[in-house]
Ligand binder design. Structure first.
Ligand code: NAI
Ligand code: OAA
Length: 271
């Protein structure tokens, strides 16, 4: 049975642990880690069938087959190379870290050398399957428009550095327009989906991102528009935010759970 380690036990990590624990994913929840004891305790107390060991990453990668990173972009720098060097596969949700081309090249090289896999789930967006299919021919443009209520964007570096009082905004307001490279640095915990789109499509510098705050919303909306030789498609998802982290949509952990299920099933559907 696949032995899984979960690094980061917040909104996403907590859901993954529960899905393994309740048998939705046929795997063993072998180890968990978080820098906050409170998060570890919350996850441990939510489990009924597994009692995972708490292990730092260096120890975890020696014991498990796959580490699921669900912590932060900064954690990706530590978790991914450590896992791959130990011949351990890795699934990444803080995908924005891969806007750093040196990190991306380095991890791809280690994965190739060690014959390991790096998995990037679709996360909180819909349409990655179509974009991957379309990318087999020429793509002309990929655009993401993310619209969230203030709680979904509060505290982002871009908001703080530009002294934007996000709670005083009364109507739908465009906060940011730029490349995916710029977007994932300006909003590292809000638009990892821009990185996933970039990796699947035309790269970080060519993928356009617009970020909008809308106090009238209760959901996190991501709209994607893709044009290419295949034709054109748009996708729009209105995501229920995670109850413990309003920045994170519930679809994000569900996407990780489904990707993990794919690894353990013999019958797989979708691109
Ligand atoms: N790919 C996608 O579509 C999405 C990606 N994300 C990203 O996924 C990651 C996890 O999201 P959530 O679970 O909502 O966040 P969260 O804030 O609820 O949980 C993250 C947990 O990781 C821990 N953590 C962070 N950095 C750490 C480190 N260096 N070492 C040890 N523990 C660390 C924190 O203590 C926290 O308990 C974030 O980077 C978030 O931005 C979130 C939503 C969608
Ligand atoms: O969960 C979402 O709506 C998207 C998100 O936070 C991210 O991509 O970082």
């Amino acid at each position: 049975m696949l032995k899984i380690g979960v690094f980061g036990c917040g909104a996403i990590g907590g859901e993954i642990c529960k899905a393994i624990d309740n048998g939705q994913i046929e795997a063993q929840l072998y180890a968990i880690y978080d820098r906050h004891e409170q998060s570890l305790n919350r996850v441990k107390s939510s489990l009924e069938n597994f009692d995972p060991e708490i292990m730092e990453i260096v120890e975890m990668v020696r014991e498990v087959d796959l580490v699921v990173e669900c912590a932060s972009q900064q954690a990706v720098y530590e978790v991914v190379p450590t896992a791959l060097h130990a011949k351990c596969d890795v699934m990444v949700v803080s995908v924005g870290a891969f806007a750093d081309t040196q990190l991306l090249e380095m991890t791809e090289n280690i994965a190739r050398e060690k014959n390991c896999r790096i998995y990037v789930p679709s996360g909180a967006i819909c349409g990655i399957d179509g974009l991957i299919s379309a990318s087999a021919a020429a793509l002309h443009s990929v655009t993401l428009t993310t619209e969230k209520p203030p709680g979904g964007l509060r505290g982002a570096p871009y908001v703080l550095e530009n002294n934007i009082d996000i709670d005083s905004i009364t109507g739908r307001t465009v906060l940011f327009e730029g490349s995916a490279t710029e977007a994932v640095q300006a909003f590292p915990a809000n638009v990892n989906v821009a990185a996933t789109l970039s990796l699947a499509g035309i790269g970080f510098d060519n993928t356009r991102v617009r970020i909008v705050v809308n106090p009238a919303l209760t959901r996190n909306i991501h709209e994607i528009a893709v044009e290419g030789e295949f034709g054109r498609f748009t996708s729009r998802v209105e995501n229920v935010p995670s109850p413990t982290n309003p920045k994170t949509s519930y679809l994000a952990p569900l996407s990780v759970i489904s990707t993990l299920k794919k690894l353990t099933q013999s019958f797989n559907v979708g691109t």
